[in-house]
Design a protein around this ligand. Sequence first.
Ligand SMILES: [Zn+2]
Length: 351
Amino acid sequence: MLENLACSFEQSSSPSSSPSSSDSTDTTCLSSNNNVSTVDSIKDNNNLLNHHNHHHHHHLLTKCTSLTIREWQITIKEWKVPKLYKITDVPEHLRFNPFVTNGYRFYKLSFWQSIYSLFYLHNETLNILTHGAPFIYFLLFMPRHIPWDLIDYHFLAYLHITGCVAPWLGSCVYHTFMNHRSGVDLYQKLLKWDVIGIWITQSLGASTTIYTSLILYPFWLQFIFIFLYSLIAIRALQHTLLASGVWKRRLGFAILVGMRVLAFILRLNAIEIGQASPLIHTIMQEIWPIIGALISAARIPERWYPGYFDLALNSHNLLHIFAVIGAIHMHLATCSDLIWLSNISKLHAHN
Ligand SMILES: [Zn+2]
């Protein structure tokens, strides 16, 4: 569990920002080439048609259609390697990690330019890949990895799938579109979606683990525990939606982690009564993301060598990778929990 928790540890940046100094880079981020031939340029042509005189437009259009094949090739090639920027070139809300000094995408990307940024290397590439690849893999193959025939609790299995996939989706969207030209307002919304993804893992994704830990206890204890857990989870969601500060959000998630530790102690106690599933995965599903969160909060290793980990292996990359490892443990833990739960309920049905 706790997947990705530290994504919430990432950007505490204040929403007070305006694009910085570099408005001079505004014209086109994708190409330093003045040949008019990219999609955007054609769009620009349309604008020109609307706003300026026909003569000018005609001139550009002639230029565009009269490009030789070689010129097209050069243009496409240059389009493929857009210019990257220094931290001082991007607005305040994108400067959330001062130790990542280079490799920033242009800060006014359009929707399609943001999509296009999936195909060249920049300082968010690894963040997108490390959650994008598992997202696609889990979406395609995860239903096959669940032992449907052996389990009775299909509802919990669906919650588990949602809990695995949601944070990766939120994270991918956030990291892909954070440089969109809509600026800080959209950025804040995307960040919210990222954290809501983590919340889904923390609440819905945790349901099997918690339910399994409590199954051998009296109903009143199960009820109180799950009621409290839901209440705190809803409060944490409120803080997330109202964006009332990173620390309240962290506190909400931290209390949920605390309650899962409590559930784990109850589980250990219950093992004497019945044979529970392997504990190693239940432990590691919490440990990996916590390590990731700590590394991310401490900004290790880029803090020691600013600028050297811009493209790879910086703290946020590591957090993403640890979150994925945590999710694999969560999946294994949940599958064996679900089988065990079903066996227990069959046993009870016999008696
Ligand atoms: Zn992230």
